[in-house]
Design a binder for this molecule. Structure first.
Ligand SMILES: [Zn+2]
Length: 433
């Protein structure tokens, strides 16, 4: 189904499909519903070099041109590195070449420039073609595509933090690109450049979350510089022990720690633990939206009780050391205590491999992928490990608590930690369920 601009959230950036019309013929933008080749990667293996240029309104954008160029270069290299882990469909003979081009910054206006980064800048003609232009933080717009060569060209627009093109939306920060060492800009560039390579919106990859550019411009949480540092180190398409950051969380108890249990009234249900209410804040990587502590649903099975940990506040960042998960508690007074470990056993069956890149081939006119099946115009081009399942046996430091764990890895992180306690399975121990 086609989406009309009026029906989608203005802030669902890149859900935008600019309809073909005399005014905007050939214009498509990534991330929308599949309409012929509109979601194809802009370049595949026959394109060896991509010249791009950077135009910037430094005053309104709030970032210098050298710094912006540096971040653009870093974002493109990021995808070159990540796409090495993509598995290609058989028709591509194991090599689709996505994001493997040599990206060269050139002067704008040169005929060989295929991609224009427009930071805080749009032409009058572009403004006319983008309805509600101040409703966007970022856009990637393909303006031309040649089916025979599978080669696209277009521009990436990132809205400025001030001036007439500053986005109009609630809660935007005054200086969103400038602040936090430009890490918000970097992650937004990762998002928009991700669309160049055919990546759709998905919540399984943090930066390809539909709302990321809006969060980058608006929310005060999370810790964006740390997030960008950590995100840079993850392998998001394929599990590796070295480049995985397990889900962490912080917690605090809303009641006094040493409260003794009153003798039970006869009509009250029997409690197996003090009625503490833990407030859990999941790690910023797992939950990018503005921080709001949530009470665990089942105080009887708080994460602290699950792990056999006697503490009432702190942050836990389970960390992979070799092939073992090490659980460390850090507290507000700066202490850092290892309180337990678990082995990690990956599901030995082939990891759930999911399609993430489509390639629409209109005819045999192109000779780049001669083995494609033209009875099906949409070829499943790129696959990634969307979810990897693991299990383990957790033991706390004094050996008195042992729990079977089940974990889900997705997008470079463990996004779920569940397990069994007192014979009950808990799908998500942070949730108490
Ligand atoms: Zn997008």
């Amino acid at each position: 189904m086609r989406k009309r601009i009026g029906q989608i959230s203005k802030w669902s950036l890149l859900s935008l499909i600019l309809f073909a019309s005399t005014a905007s013929a050939g214009w498509v933008s990534g991330g929308g519903e599949l309409i012929s080749d509109s979601r194809n990667p802009w370049w595949v293996k026959n394109t060896k070099e991509v010249h791009y240029c950077v135009q910037i309104d430094e005053n309104n954008f709030g970032v210098s041109k050298p710094r912006a160029s540096e971040l653009i270069n870093k974002a493109l290299s990021y995808w070159t590195r990540q796409f090495k882990d993509i598995t290609y469909g058989a028709f591509a003979d194991g090599d689709g070449g996505i994001a493997q081009q040599k990206f060269i910054e050139s002067a704008c206006g040169q005929p060989n420039v295929l991609l224009n980064f427009q930071l805080g800048i749009l032409t009058t003609q572009q403004i006319q073609k983008i309805p509600g232009v101040t409703g966007f933080v970022g856009l990637s717009v393909r303006t031309n595509y040649v089916p025979a060569t599978l080669k696209g060209e277009g521009f990436i627009y990132i809205a400025p933090q001030s001036g007439p093109l500053r986005p109009q939306a609630p809660n935007l920060l005054p200086d969103f690109w400038q602040r936090d060492q430009q890490s918000r800009l970097y992650l937004t560039l990762l998002h928009e450049t991700g669309h160049l390579f055919g990546l759709p919106h998905t919540s399984k990859i943090v930066v390809m979350n539909e709302d990321l550019p809006y969060w980058a411009a608006s929310s005060t949480a999370p810790d964006w510089p740390t997030m960008s540092l950590i995100f840079d180190q993850l392998t998001i398409f394929k599990f590796t022990y070295q480049q995985t950051f397990p889900l962490g969380f912080c917690f605090s108890s809303s009641q006094q720690p040493q409260e003794l249990e009153e003798p039970e009234e006869p009509e009250e249900p029997i409690r197996t633990s003090p009625p503490r209410t833990f407030h859990i804040q999941k790690n910023f990587l797992a939950n990018l939206s503005p921080a709001k502590p949530v009470a665990v649903k089942s105080p009887a099975m708080s994460p602290m009780r699950f792990f056999g940990l006697d503490a009432n506040e702190g942050c836990i960042e389970p960390t992979l050391v070799g092939k073992e998960l090490v659980f460390i508690l850090s507290t507000s007074n700066g202490a850092s205590i290892e309180f337990g470990r678990s082995n990690l056993e990956l599901n030995p069956s082939p990891h759930a491999s999911e399609k993430i890149i489509d390639l629409y081939l209109t005819s045999a006119a192109q000779s780049i992928f001669p083995n494609a099946d033209f009875s099906r115009p949409v070829q499943a081009m790129g696959f990634y490990e969307a979810e990897v399942l693991a299990k383990g046996l957790y033991k706390n430091a004094d050996g008195r608590t042992q729990r079977r764990l089940s974990l889900i890895w997705s997008g470079g992180m463990f996004t779920h930690i569940g397990g069994v306690a007192d014979g009950e399975p808990y799908f998500d121990i942070l949730d108490g369920f």
